[in-house]
Ligand binder design. Sequence first.
Ligand code: SAH
Ligand code: DHB
Ligand code: MG
Length: 220
Amino acid sequence: MRLELWEAVDDYFVDLLISSDPVLEAALHDCDSARLPQHHVSPNQGKLLHLFVQIQGTRRVLEIGTLGGYSTIWLARALPSDGYLVTLEANPHHAEVARKNLARAQLMDKVDLRVGNALETLPELQSAAPFDFIFIDADKPNNPYYLDWALRLAKPGTVIIGDNVVRNGEVANAQSSDPKVQGVRSFCELLAANPRVSATAIQTVGSKGYDGFAIARVTH
Ligand code: SAH
Ligand code: DHB
Ligand code: MG
């Protein structure tokens, strides 16, 4: 019942505010045909990422967790002509679907898709750093390590977004035995404890259920 209502409201906003786009729709279609998990951001969340990049005037984006490249398209399309985006994906099948979706979107000149465990590819990014905007959306148990790397690859003013930090409200359950919940809890606790960042977290409902994201700005 609640999910139905949230979905109806998302449909209303998406129909109203997000112009229908054959490239984004084809990307979602091909993610489904290739049986990728339906873990991509919703269209209105994708648009939010796109707006953040434009509002910040971002030139260099780092994304951890590409899946089929849906969020990547939203982010990369917001970049100026000299902007670039590095996206990290461990699963070669996901990366192959993403490569086709990004090629269809004519974004491969701006996007550097690196296949491999992000814990191994992140240390190779020192020369592409600093990044202005970092979207952390891969395996949640590793979020504390991704935050550590994000901070190393950041500069004052960098925005760091962590997706899926609410997890049906389980984030507030300290006793949770779910390693994903413990990963996002540690991530939020590290944000809170770090004097170099100013952070908040926002709950969301909609077509992707009950979840949310953390937003942090690197101050110095
Ligand atoms: N950002 C995407 C969704 C990402 S889903 C979107 O919104 O469209 C999470 C992705 O992280 C999956 O494709 C998964 O294969 C990838 N992943 C999981 N563990 C990883 C790791 N250790 N390194 C890199 N990618 C990883
Ligand atoms: C999960 C991961 C995601 O990135 C997402 O958007 C939704 C769910 C998950 O691992 O459960
Ligand atoms: Mg996510």
